[in-house]
Design a protein around this ligand. Structure first.
Ligand code: ADP
Ligand code: G6P
Length: 349
C-alpha cells in the first residue's frame, strides 16, 4: 500500500484520553493526504496500525509493557507510566524517523495481551497517537508537531454514554464508575502533557444556552505563537480580539445560533491565539462563508476546508467546531510536512 519513501520522516504526536475522538481526528487528517488508510497487508487482524500512501498511524497502546493481566496483578491502570515501555517507544520512533523499519509490538485490545510484533516501514509522515506521546522527554523531542485533544469532563461523559451505553450496552452506573476509576491517573499522567502541545482542541459545553446533555459544543483551537513550522489561523485581523455572530444573510442559523471568537491568550505561560466556535451549522455548504473570513488556514485553494468537511460529513462532529478545527489542524500537519521536507503535497479532492 505504501509508496516508497523519499526524504525525511515527519513525526506528529496526538495525545488524548481514550474515547476522545482520536480516531475520528486521524481519519480527517489522513483524508487530507488522500488514499484510504488500512492495516498492514497480510498481518495480524488485531493490528492497531493504519497505513496509507503518505501516513502511518501507530497507537501507543502497542508499547504497553504490562498487559491486562499484568496490570491487574500490579494494580495499575493502562494510564500509569509503569505500564508503558518508553525505552522501546523512543528507540522505535527514532529509528522510523531516521528512515529505518521497526518491529513494533501489538497490544491486542480483544485479548488484552501482547501479540507478535509487526514490521513497520518508515513512512513520510509518522503519527503516534495515544495516551502518552509527550510524556517521555526523549520521545517528545522527536516530535515535529504536537496536538492535544482536551475534552472537558461533561463532554467526555456525554460521548462515553453515547458509545458505551448505546453501542456497547454498558450501564450508566458502570460508565460513571469506569470514568471515576480512571480520573486520578488521567489527572496525574495524561492531562499535564497538554502544556507541551503546539495546538490544543478544547471541547466544552455551549455558552449559548443551558445545555446539560453536551449536544451543543463550544470548541476552542489554542495555537502556540511564534513557531517556525506553522502559522496560526486567524479571524479577520491577526492579533485583534473579535467576537462574531455570522448568522444573518449568508449563514442559516437555527436556535441557539453560532458564535465565533478570536483573540490572544496565554497557555502555561506561553503566548497563544485562540479561535473558538460555539454552536453548530445547519447547512454545511455554508461553511464556505466562515472559511472565507479565516486567514492563514494553510488551504491550497478557495474552499478546501469546506470541501473536506463535506467529504467527511458522516464523521462525528461534522456540523460543529470539532470537525472544523480538526480539519484546520490537518491542513497544518500538511504545512509542517512541507516546511520540513521542502516538498509540495498535491491537494486531493
Ligand atoms: P478515540 O479514538 O480517542 O477512542 P473515537 O474517535 O473513536 O475516539 O471517538 C469515540 C466516540 O466519541 C465516537 O464513537 C463518538 O461517539 C464520540 N465522538 C468523538 N468525536 C466526537 C465529536 N466530535 N462529536 C460527537 N461525538 C464524538
Ligand atoms: C488501552 C486503552 C486504555 C484502556 C485500556 C483497557 O490501553 O488505551 O484507555 O483503559 O486499554 O485496559 P483494560 O485493563 O481495561 O483492558
Amino acid at each position: 500500500v505504501q509508496a516508497a519513501k523519499d526524504g525525511k520522516t515527519v513525526v506528529i504526536g496526538l495525545a488524548a484520553d481514550s474515547g476522545c475522538g482520536k480516531s475520528t481526528f486521524m481519519r480527517r487528517m489522513t483524508s487530507i493526504f488522500g488514499g484510504s488508510a488500512k492495516p498492514p497487508a497480510g498481518g495480524n487482524p488485531d493490528s492497531n496500525t493504519l497505513i496509507s500512501d503518505m501516513t502511518t498511524v501507530i497507537c501507543l497502546d502497542d508499547y504497553h509493557c504490562l498487559d491486562r493481566k499484568g496490570r491487574a496483578e500490579k494494580g495499575v491502570t493502562a494510564l500509569a507510566p509503569e505500564a508503558q515501555n518508553f525505552d522501546l517507544m523512543y528507540e522505535q520512533v527514532k529509528a522510523m524517523k531516521e528512515g529505518k523499519a521497526a518491529d513494533k509490538p501489538i497490544y491486542n485490545h480483544v485479548t488484552g495481551a501482547l501479540d507478535a510484533p509487526e514490521k513497520i516501514e518508515s513512512p513520510n509522515i509518522l503519527v503516534i497517537e495515544g495516551l502518552h506521546p509527550f510524556y517521555d522527554e526523549r520521545v517528545r523531542d522527536l516530535l515535529d508537531f504536537k496536538v492535544y485533544l482536551d475534552i472537558s469532563d461533561e463532554i467526555k461523559f456525554a460521548w462515553k454514554i453515547q458509545r458505551d451505553m448505546a453501542e456497547r450496552g454498558h450501564s450508566l452506573d458502570s460508565i460513571k464508575k469506569s470514568i471515576e476509576a480512571r480520573k486520578p491517573d488521567f489527572d496525574a499522567y495524561i492531562d499535564p502533557q497538554k502544556k507541551h502541545a503546539d495546538m490544543i482542541i478544547q471541547v466544552l459545553p455551549t455558552q449559548l444556552v443551558p445545555d446539560d446533555e453536551g449536544k451543543i459544543l463550544r470548541v476552542r483551537l489554542i495555537q502556540k505563537e511564534g513557531k517556525k513550522l506553522f502559522d496560526p489561523v486567524y479571524l479577520f485581523d491577526e492579533g485583534s480580539t473579535i467576537s462574531w455572530i455570522p448568522c444573518g444573510r449568508k449563514l442559516t442559523c437555527s436556535f441557539p445560533g453560532i458564535k465565533f471568537y478570536y483573540g490572544p491568550d496565554t497557555w502555561y505561560g506561553e503566548d497563544v491565539s485562540v479561535l473558538e466556535m460555539d454552536g453548530q451549522f445547519d447547512k454545511l455548504e455554508e461553511l464556505i462563508y466562515v472559511e472565507s473570513h479565516l486567514s492563514n488556514t494553510s488551504a491550497k485553494f478557495y474552499g478546501e476546508i469546506t470541501q473536506q468537511m463535506l467529504k467527511n460529513s458522516s464523521f462525528p462532529g461534522s456540523n460543529n467546531g470539532t470537525g472544523l478545527l480538526q480539519t484546520i489542524i490537518g491542513l497544518k500537519v500538511r504545512e509542517v510536512y512541507e516546511r520540513i521536507t521542502e516538498k509540495e503535497v498535491v491537494p486531493v479532492s
